[in-house]
Design a protein around this ligand. Structure first.
Ligand code: F0G
Length: 463
């Protein structure tokens, strides 16, 4: 008998972990959810988590920690200054980002606020592939003008393109020549428009332009590991390079970065800033002490720093990244098969439904993505997130509204939390919802909204 000694290759993808601890899901009825949704004024941020069957609101802080991370919590050194946990955290961050200064913060948005404030005297504009909601809000509050310059492919939701997160380089060059730019921010991956990656080539060319014009280049890097994996898959020269080496190369082009550790940090809370410039670091630390805490804990407990130190490394493991991106693709492929208009291709942390195409009879003024999200929750208990005109539109001084270029429903996948059968439930729920309910939806009306980050608290009524 001729027995092959080659490693067998199996097609079935499995989660690269076993489950040691479980949380119950509470199953409610449509009638109950209808009441919950009404009490929440059709805003899914206001729905209690217990009333949600599958929660795809966000991938931020919602991941499951590993047994290693849980055991590290006990090692947490809670000293006010100079804790051992801080040095382990700093070493882990520096092994990836390779920048001399690391400033911890309680989450990403405080890192943004502190860093952007120090850059304020340098110019009036922040130029970006696209800022996400809190970064945009912080920039606006600090008085910056924001210029989003995504590549042209970004707007073609129905076309495939490897790096839709890229910034438009000719437009960036013009902006840098013509405007007073405080910094350029690349969000990797681009969360506002499909979780799409930015190529190494685009990162490199952005860095060249920034250097030429003397403008600091910042990475908003909370999904740095997922972006690294896409570079490995799609940019041929990185095919045989490890995600860690790719991540290091990405950061080597940047002058600084801010990171929410609630995504690829695999932690439930935390964030940080990395910098090369000593003077800017001192300014950041001055603000940090007033608003977050001493520079060796920055608003976090020692145990949180331990969790992040390990999480950052776990996020770069190839078996994890292969599973993670394939898991998102699984949901994407199943939804595509049932004919749903999705932002193409699949993102790194989420699948995005193009609600303008899914609900073509609903005008943008009736917030089709918000309407889809609210309707789907009531129908199935699946919670998603609107990324459209509720999040990015604004009320003008005369009371009229501005609308965003896209109306997306984001299905964000928490890390290591759900299984393939949970995704099957989500697909069945969406398929039935679209078939049975979509045509009868008429949209929603926004009846109350705050001036900043209104999607978190706005109230709506069905039309
Ligand atoms: N930058 C990006 C690209 C983000 O996606 C987020 C958060 C932040 C910064 C802010 O980080 O939440 O730790 O303060 N995004 C979450 C989301 C909230 O649902 O996508 P944070």
């Amino acid at each position: 008998m001729n027995i092959s000694k080659k490693e067998p290759v199996f097609k079935t993808l499995i989660e690269p972990f076993k489950i040691k601890s479980v949380e119950p899901i509470f199953f409610n009825t449509r009638e109950q959810r209808k009441k919950v949704l009404e009490a929440a004024h059709l805003n899914l941020f206001l729905v209690p988590a217990k009333e949600v069957i599958i929660d795809l609101l966000t991938d931020s802080g919602t991941g499951a920690m590993s047994a290693n991370q849980w055991s590290a919590l006990l090692r947490g050194d809670e000293s006010y200054s100079g804790s051992e946990s801080f040095f382990r955290f700093q070493n882990s961050v520096q092994s990836i980002m390779e920048m001399p200064h690391v400033v911890p913060t309680h989450q990403g948005r405080s890192a943004e606020r502190i860093l952007l404030k120090t850059l304020k005297p340098r110019g009036e504009y922040i130029v970006s592939n696209m800022l996400f909601d809190t970064t945009r809000a912080n920039a606006e509050i600090l008085g910056f003008n924001i210029l989003d310059l995504p590549c042209p492919e970004f707007y073609q939701t129905q076309e495939d393109f490897d790096f839709k997160g890229n910034i438009n380089l000719p437009d960036l060059e013009s902006a840098l020549s013509e405007k007073s730019v405080a910094c350029v921010v690349l969000t990797v991956t681009n969360n506002s428009g499909g979780g799409q990656p930015v190529s190494m080539e685009n990162i490199k060319n952005t860095s060249i332009l920034c250097k030429k014009h003397g403008v600091p280049f910042v990475l908003d890097a909370c999904r740095f590991a997922e972006n690294s994996w896409f570079i490995k898959q799609r940019e041929s020269e990185y095919k045989n390079v490890s995600p860690l080496q790719i991540a290091r190369k990405m950061f080597s082009y940047a002058d600084m970065c801010f990171v929410s550790a609630k995504k690829d940090g695999m932690a439930n809370i935390g964030g940080f800033i990395c910098l090369r410039d000593t003077k800017l670091t001192e300014e950041c630390k001055r603000d940090l002490i007033v608003s977050e805490g001493f520079p060796t804990y920055g608003g976090l407990a020692g145990r949180d720093l331990e969790a992040i130190a390990l999480g950052l490394q776990e996020a770069l493991e190839e078996s994890y990244l292969h599973y993670r991106i394939s898991f998102v693709e699984y949901l994407y492929n199943k939804l595509k098969q049932i004919g749903l208009p999705l932002v193409r291709p699949a993102g790194g942390h989420a699948v995005y439904i193009d609600a303008k195409l899914a609900l073509p009879h609903i005008p943008v003024s009736a917030y089709p993505a918000q309407c889809f999200s609210a309707g789907l929750y009531e129908f199935s208990g699946v919670r998603t997130c609107e990324i459209g005109s509720v999040m990015f539109g604004r009320e003008k001084k005369d009371g009229t509204q501005t609308f965003h270029s896209q109306e997306l429903v984001r299905l964000a996948l928490p890390r290591r939390v759900y299984t393939f059968s949970h995704l099957d439930y989500v697909c069945e729920a969406i398929e039935t919802f679209v078939k049975k309910e979509a045509a009868s939806l008429k949209g929603v009306k926004m009846i109350r909204s705050a001036s900043v980050l209104r999607h978190f608290s706005a109230h709506f009524e069905w039309l």
